[in-house]
Design a protein around this ligand. Structure first.
Ligand code: FES
Length: 300
């Protein structure tokens, strides 16, 4: 089956460099507006392990679609107006979460994301105008504006789907290692060859691993950042072993991704700071006859 012509247009949008200056300005506003890391982490969805935005948009979308059904039936003006009010009010927090995620994406993703956001803001404006018209007893205009809003937000949703499923924004980029890394124990390197207190990359079974040795203990994570595949071994080391007083957990050494600053515990792979929401796959290690071996629990 041939894809719809609209898909070709959206794909071209990925390369629309003329959107970049606008994206730069919006990025600055987003970064200035939400400064505390804990607030950013909540908006990204770190506590729930995946982005908040797709969850949050269920409220405005559900309300607006329900209102459209009620508007098509006689005698439901009041209920439809209430639903449109709920949808329009709830659009703001979902937009804030979306902008937070968007501010930490690649350029191609940000171009599509910008048009996605513009469509959704336009739709929210149309719904707000619908509320005004309904308040002025102009039911016909109120319904027309709401249906127009539904059309525009559906286009925005299409772009959101493209962002998530074609451009892989918001998904876990380290999930596939469970299916690509062979099960069982595999040699990593002689213990004496691994530098202490440094981030180090090793390739096992064709896959890049991040290695951090603390005396006789060796911590190994997937080197591919779960946020957008950044190379973690090129990141910064953060932790008490470096006398870094800013270590977020009071002693757990962490790696800070070089691309967008996601921070992961080197001992557990847990996310210490977003935008990543998924933990890094962590390998078990053992030393046999001076040789360090790794095993990925759950590998196929
Ligand atoms: S790739 Fe974005 S934080 Fe690592």
């Amino acid at each position: 089956m041939k894809p719809l012509p609209a898909l070709e247009l959206v794909t071209r949008l990925e390369d629309a460099e003329w959107l970049d200056p606008v994206a730069k300005k919006v990025r600055k506003v987003v970064k200035r507006t939400v400064r505390p890391q804990w607030a950013r982490d909540i908006l990204h969805g770190v506590p729930i392990g995946h982005p908040v935005h797709p969850l949050a948009v269920q409220v405005p979308l559900g309300s607006w679609i329900s209102a459209a059904v009620l508007d098509a039936l006689p005698g439901n003006n009041r209920a439809a107006t209430v639903l449109i009010g709920v949808g329009t009010a709830s659009a703001l927090p979902s937009a804030v979460a979306g902008f937070m995620d968007w501010s930490q994406l690649h350029s191609q993703q940000q171009r599509v994301g910008l048009v996605h956001a513009a469509a959704n803001i336009t739709a929210a404006g149309l719904y707000a105008a619908s509320l005004v018209a309904r308040a002025n007893r102009q039911q016909g205009a109120g319904k027309a504006l709401a249906y127009l809003g539904l059309g525009v937000v559906s286009f925005g949703g299409f772009l959101g789907g493209h962002l998530s499923y074609r451009q892989a924004a918001g998904v876990n980029h380290s999930e596939d290692i469970l299916h690509r890394f062979p099960s069982g124990w595999h040699p990593l390197a002689p213990l004496e060859d691994l530098p202490e207190g440094k981030l180090h990359k090793r390739v096992v079974a064709g896959l890049p691993l991040l290695v951090f040795r603390e005396a006789e203990s060796v911590n190994v994570l997937s080197d591919v950042c779960s946020h957008l595949s950044g190379p973690l071994h090129e990141g910064k080391l953060k932790g008490a072993s470096l006398n870094d007083a800013s270590a977020s957990d009071g002693g757990d050494p962490c790696v800070v991704c070089p691309w967008h600053g996601s921070t992961f515990s080197l001992r557990s792979g847990e996310v210490q700071a977003g935008p990543a929401t998924a933990r890094q796959p962590r390998f078990e290690t053992r030393v046999t006859g001076g040789l360090v071996e790794v095993n990925l629990p759950g590998a196929d």
